[in-house]
Design a protein around this ligand. Sequence first.
Ligand SMILES: Nc1ncnc2c1ncn2[C@@H]1O[C@H](COP(=O)(O)OP(=O)(O)O)[C@@H](O)[C@H]1O
Ligand SMILES: [Mg+2]
Length: 194
Amino acid sequence: MNFDYPEGATPIDLDEAQGLLLPHISTRAELDRWEQENISEAEDTVLGRKQKNILTEKYARSLHKRMFGTVWRWAGEFRRSQKNIGIDWMQVPAALHQLFQEVDGWLEYQAYPSDEIAARFHHRLVAIHVFPNGNGRHARLMTDVLLVHLSGEECFSWGQENLTNAGDCRRRYIEALQAADRYDYGLLLAFVRS
Ligand SMILES: Nc1ncnc2c1ncn2[C@@H]1O[C@H](COP(=O)(O)OP(=O)(O)O)[C@@H](O)[C@H]1O
Ligand SMILES: [Mg+2]
């Protein structure tokens, strides 16, 4: 198996690749297609129905499992290897817990406008890089779930293009995340509603 990755994608480790539940997949395009089928189903369910205890480890893991469970054996399991993006894997549970507590506070005290709470949440979640793969897609859906169910807002439009593929839209998205690393959220706030 030899997949090409767009810039900014987390390569899959050999042992992670062995968790592929669909052995007939041999190209990146096929993998994308099967993942997207699983993800679309998850989106319909979680955006269309009331969700409980969203800002919890349990919910985050169950959402990842729902999105990738037909494709990857390790769906819903925390990362146990280092990646080029993301904190030390051993600190993932603590960092996630802290993020959820902070976001709870932001929502309760309306520390920022709804879009900014969601954008800051997204940036922090993807920076932790909770899972071996699928972190971008998972963190985008978590953010939309927060917007819809906790803020009563519309989902983000995320540039209206497939962010899994390399291209201008993904480049703008990554640049916006990098600006957010420098505490500048302007590009990200513009991108998510573009
Ligand atoms: N330079 C970067 N700075 C911050 N976040 C990044 C950077 N590059 C990629 N990302 C985030 O990491 C995601 C890629 O991680 P990955 O686990 O492969 O998720 P997915 O498989 O859903 O694309 C991107 O979608 C983006 O959200
Ligand atoms: Mg990836």
